[in-house]
Design a protein around this ligand. Structure first.
Ligand code: FES
Length: 103
């Protein structure tokens, strides 16, 4: 059964913005795009850049170092979807944001 973990206030993620939260010893980037929150692992699998600082366009975030692109919807590397980052359901209610994490 998945666990919901409160990670941040909703107001801390403005439209078009992102934050990094550390949960279960892992950094997770949360993005708000067109009013929808998306959460994927923050560390780029290429050389470890923080994806939260990347450019978001067409449902993907581009890594700020070498521009690998990852889909916000499922964490897949856009050029090779077999490579996937962790992606987590996000819930926002009563002013707080929760990540749904697997057991
Ligand atoms: S560190 Fe992300 S593409 Fe190189």
């Amino acid at each position: 059964m998945a666990e919901r973990v409160t990670v941040v206030k909703g107001a801390d993620i403005p439209e078009g913005g992102s934050v990094v939260v550390n949960v279960r010893k892992k950094d997770v980037a949360i993005f708000r795009v067109n009013g929808v929150l998306h959460a994927i692992d923050d560390m780029c699998p290429h050389m470890g850049a923080s994806l939260s600082g990347g450019f978001v366009e067409d449902g993907c975030v581009s890594c700020p170092w070498h521009y690998w692109r990852f889909r916000l919807s499922d964490g897949a590397w856009a050029d090779n979807p077999k490579v996937k980052l962790g992606a987590y359901p996000v819930h926002e209610a009563d002013g707080v944001v929760q990540l749904e994490l697997p057991d």
